[in-house]
Ligand binder design. Structure first.
Ligand code: 2F8
Ligand code: CA
Length: 131
């Protein structure tokens, strides 16, 4: 006889909201140094978790979205954008031709100039556990 054990490995991710004004690249450096990277959002659970982390106290904050090439949006950690997106209606619009970084704006995504300074959200990948 043998016993078959089925187990699920659950990966946890934690968001950290930093209420200090930095450019997108400065925020990226900070997140990589202190945590894992700027925030990556892959589904509605992530989106809701991130919105909860913001706690409603700011309108604009950087997330890991950036335009690697024209209209080729990626996450700062190197992963591609999943089929799930939460762009604000009409975004990304590359207003003024200088918007290559992504922010959370009123709980939706907007492309904005990378040199703007605003608060930001990092993510921290934690050790997974077996369930
Ligand atoms: O109306 C959407 C539009 O609003 C602003 O431009 C007027 C934003 N600009 C900045 O955040 C700098 C645009 O990104 C946004 O598309
Ligand atoms: Ca925009």
């Amino acid at each position: 006889d043998f016993l078959l054990l089925l187990s699920f490995f659950v990966l946890h991710q934690q968001y950290h909201f930093i209420n200090k004004s930095l450019t997108w690249y400065e925020a990226q450096s900070f997140c990589r140094l202190k945590y894992t990277d700027l925030a990556t959002i892959n589904d509605m659970d992530d989106e809701n978790q991130l919105i909860n982390t913001l706690g409603g106290n700011v309108t604009s904050s950087w997330i890991g979205l950036y335009d690697g090439q024209i209209n080729r949006w990626l996450w700062s950690d190197g992963s591609g954008i999943a089929s799930f997106t939460q762009w604000s209606p009409g975004e990304p619009n590359n207003a003024g031709g200088i918007e290559s970084c992504g922010e959370m704006y009123d709980s939706l995504w907007n492309d904005a100039p990378c040199g703007f300074v605003m608060a930001y959200v990092c993510y921290e990948s934690e050790r997974g556990s077996f369930k």
